[in-house]
Design a protein around this ligand. Structure first.
Ligand SMILES: Nc1ncnc2c1ncn2[C@@H]1O[C@H](COP(=O)(O)OP(=O)(O)O)[C@@H](O)[C@H]1O
Ligand SMILES: [Mg+2]
Length: 611
């Protein structure tokens, strides 16, 4: 690794700015009809030499730039066709350069430089071209002192040089930090630091899920960053030999954090934005088919691929809720036209490490590009069909891209919005005054409506509006704080439940409390989702009027109620655990810990009368 400074996970900013979202939307590449949706590109590779030698029939045909046709069944009259439409479809003749230019990744890179989170993930069966599309020839990239290959390099090396060429043009200070990890059998491994064992995935307010202690490398030059990419690929191969890993079962995640500092064109003050781009090369989708076709449930899929299965469930839940408009909290979300289904239905992000880490990319605040790779060979037609169906489903997911600023920046932005608002209001009032003045001046007998009187009443009105604004903001702040507290408590409860789950797994309980524990866990997940909804609601600037606080109040009351129920159920579960003749020290520790911490929980309710 080069001599550049290395640092631990960087801090992330808060979410803000609707107007900036518009610029990211317009930045989407041509052919994107709805910029909030996950953009899906299909790429069909050429027949391999072996397939060609075997005389394999080609059954995938690119009909136009956006439609793909798949021939199913044996050759002859019984053969059927299926057609799918995507943002773009690329055939076997598409070169790596053409792919980079047309798949839409450049728009994502621009957005990342502009403070957005962006994700590119590759999906498809093993051997369909995911790694080739994302990186190029992995065995080449993993070589020492790899210098790049203009022909075979995939999206990652091309994106890195694109970013550096853009940085040279931009009049901003840019800091880049990269990390590279792999999820294998639900364990996260650092691809930049093979000495560490698997790393835990944690959650923090304002930051979401992240891999704890992941090595983060600060990159000042293109060769720094290419060294990270190559090192990750090298270690992936070494790791796979040492641990007997099967790369078709692992997901690799390369993250580039982009901190951009530029000066505001209006007044020259410095604005810092925290963008990022994530490249995720997923495990082979045939693993998913194993689970589905065998009717295996989530708890039994560990040996196959829990993360891939969970990803499929998340996509299903997101697309089902998007089409059905499921709205357990509909009153609050109705005024937000771009709300995704993610806000209203339970989305099982917490079911796997991959979905936790991609949470923001699916139904969240990220811009997402999904690359679906497939083989043209007739032998894989069924697999290709399921890949295309999956991709079609994913294209229905709607995200809400949001720019990431730091906390101070968020405040400044809010105040500026307010100033802008007051200026508009002022202009309007002046206009009203100008219209009223001649009339008033022409009616001397109307002493009760002198110009001064009208001005004074307008001024009073402005003061009243300002006071109302202040009060709304205070309430918003309180609601936000309550929400944060609830999320912290929720995470703590979840961690404790995970401990409990471990105890139960080791010591099955015949009394049926495992069932109760599962219910508790589900209730907790639901609560988490509701907290997320409430947070999104708070972030939505459409909800600044007094009337819009009404749903917030009832959500808050509901939330407190749910937490109280959850606590009650947890108590009874703990009591039951206590009564069991268990000698397991873990269980005892958890109980003692829960009892000790129980008194701390009152903080959650400290602000309950504020709304
Ligand atoms: N579009 C393509 N053009 C040429 N060769 C390709 C293409 N896509 C994949 N290949 C080749 O097919 C093989 C399998 O691709 P790979 O990217 O490793 O698959 P996956 O990562 O999906 O398992 C590799 O030898 C790769 O070079
Ligand atoms: Mg691969």
């Amino acid at each position: 690794m080069s001599s550049q400074a290395s640092s631990r996970a960087s801090s992330r900013g808060s979410l803000l700015s609707k107007s900036s979202v518009e610029s990211a939307r317009s930045g989407q590449s041509a052919g994107s009809t709805n910029s909030d949706n996950v953009r899906v590109i299909v790429r069909c590779r050429p027949l391999s030499e072996k397939e060609a030698d075997q005389g394999e029939d080609e059954v995938v045909e690119v009909e136009s730039g956006d439609t793909v046709r798949l021939e199913l069944g044996a050759l002859g009259a019984s053969r059927t066709q299926k057609k799918f439409r995507f943002n773009a479809v690329m055939g076997p003749e598409c070169s790596q350069t053409q792919f980079f230019e047309t798949c839409g990744v450049k728009a994502l890179l621009e957005s990342a430089l502009d403070g957005y989170a962006a994700t590119v993930f590759a999906y498809g069966q093993t051997g369909s071209g995911k790694t080739y599309s994302m990186s190029g020839y992995e065995e080449q990239i993993a070589e020492d002192a790899y210098q790049g290959d203009a022909q075979s390099d995939g999206l990652i090396p091309r994106s890195m040089s694109y970013i550096f060429s853009r940085i040279r043009q931009l009049k901003s200070n840019v800091r880049l930090k990269a990390s590279f990890c792999e999820i294998y059998n639900e364990q996260v491994y650092d691809l930049l630091n093979l000495t560490t064992a698997s790393l835990p995935v944690r959650w923090k307010p304002g930051k979401g899920f992240f891999v704890q202690d992941l090595f983060v490398v600060e990159c000042q030059t293109l060769s720094d960053i290419m060294e990270v990419v190559c090192e990750g690929h090298r270690n992936r191969r070494v790791g796979s030999h040492e641990l007997n890993k099967d790369s078709s079962r692992s997901h690799s995640i390369l993250t580039l954090n982009i901190e951009t500092e530029s000066s505001d064109p209006d007044d020259g003050h410095a604005v810092v934005k925290f963008g990022k781009i994530v490249f995720c090369d997923l495990a082979g989708s045939e693993r998913l088919k194993d689970t589905k076709s065998d009717g295996i449930t989530l708890t039994e899929t560990g040996a196959i691929n829990k993360s891939l299965f969970a990803l499929s469930n998340v996509i299903s839940a997101l697309t089902t809720s998007a089409t059905s408009g499921a709205a357990s909290l509909s009153s609050a979300s109705s005024s937000s036209p771009s709300s995704s289904g993610a806000l209203t239905a339970h989305i099982p992000y917490r079911d796997s490490k991959l979905t936790k880490l991609l949470m923001d990319s699916l139904g969240g605040s990220s811009l997402t590009l999904m690359i679906c790779c497939c083989s043209p060979a007739a032998a894989y037609a069924d697999e290709t069909l399921s890949t295309l169906q999956y991709a079609h489903r994913a294209s229905k997911i709607r995200n809400r891209p949001t720019v990431h600023l730091d906390g101070k920046e968020q405040l400044i932005s809010r105040l500026r919005e307010e100033i802008k608002h007051l200026r508009v209001e002022n202009a309007y009032l002046r206009e009203q005054l100008a219209t009223a003045r001649p009339t008033l001046e022409n009616s001397p007998s109307d002493s009760g409506h002198s110009t001064e009187h009208v001005i004074a009443s307008f001024e009073r009105e402005i003061e009243r509006l300002k006071a109302e604004n202040r009060e709304i903001r205070t309430r918003e702040f309180m609601a936000d704080r309550n929400c944060q507290n609830a999320m912290i408590e929720n995470e703590r409860l979840t961690q404790k439940l995970e401990h409990l789950e471990e105890v139960f797994v080791h010591e099955p309980n015949p009394s049926g409390s495992r069932n109760e524990h599962e219910q508790l866990y589900t209730a907790n997940l639901r609560l988490q989702q509701q907290v997320g909804h409430l947070k999104a609601l708070l972030a939505d600037s459409n909800h600044t009027s007094g009337a819009d606080l009404e749903p917030l109040r009832s959500e808050n009351a509901y939330l407190r109620d749910t937490i109280a129920q959850l606590r009650k159920r947890e108590h009874s579960l703990l009591r039951e655990l206590q009564q069991r003749p268990s000698r397991r020290p873990e269980a005892r520790t958890i109980i003692e810990d829960a009892e000790r911490k129980d008194s701390d929980r009152s903080f959650l309710f400290s602000g309950e009368n504020s709304l």
